[in-house]
Design a protein around this ligand. Structure first.
Ligand SMILES: [Zn+2]
Length: 152
């Protein structure tokens, strides 16, 4: 009896409850086993790749950008633009594809962007983007995969 209460208390006290908050959430151990080390660092530990380091920054073909964690479609190539930042940038995500939270890592709070399906960290959104939204979704290429549109 005592053991049951204790294990329940430990479960509730942990900080790993995040996984269950997302439809495609997993334990951190499962993510670590599945993702490449640099993907794990960015998606699960809120890392940031070096600017101009990822080939998707220069990807200009028509297609869809997906989450490298769970495969969910996140951005259409029609919303990608060259922000000059060195990270893949978009002015609008696909509807309902991403969520945001406030990130206090730097002195100025930033808005963190994550996959709505698995909770994986993708990058940040800023208010200095082009029209029609005025927003700049500054993404890590490492957190994305690209699927070219099929020629018809
Ligand atoms: Zn995802």
């Amino acid at each position: 009896m005592v053991g049951g209460i204790l294990s329940r208390a430990l479960k509730g006290g942990g900080h790993g409850g995040e996984a269950a908050d997302f439809p495609a959430g997993k334990s951190e151990a499962a993510w670590k086993a599945e993702l490449a080390p640099e993907q794990f660092h960015i998606l699960r530990q809120h890392g940031t790749e070096r600017p101009f380091s990822h080939p998707l920054n220069d990807e200009k073909r028509a297609g869809t950008f997906h989450c490298a964690g769970c495969g969910a479609a996140l951005f259409d190539s029609g919303t990608k633009y060259d922000s000059g930042s060195g990270w893949p940038s978009f002015f609008r995500p696909l509807e309902g594809a991403v969520g945001t939270s406030t990130d206090y890592k730097l002195v100025m709070p930033r808005t963190e962007v994550h996959c709505a399906q698995c909770g994986g960290h993708l990058g940040h959104v800023f208010d200095d983007g082009p029209q029609p939204t005025g927003q700049r979704y500054c993404m890590n290429g490492t957190a994305l995969t690209f699927e070219p549109a099929v020629d018809t």
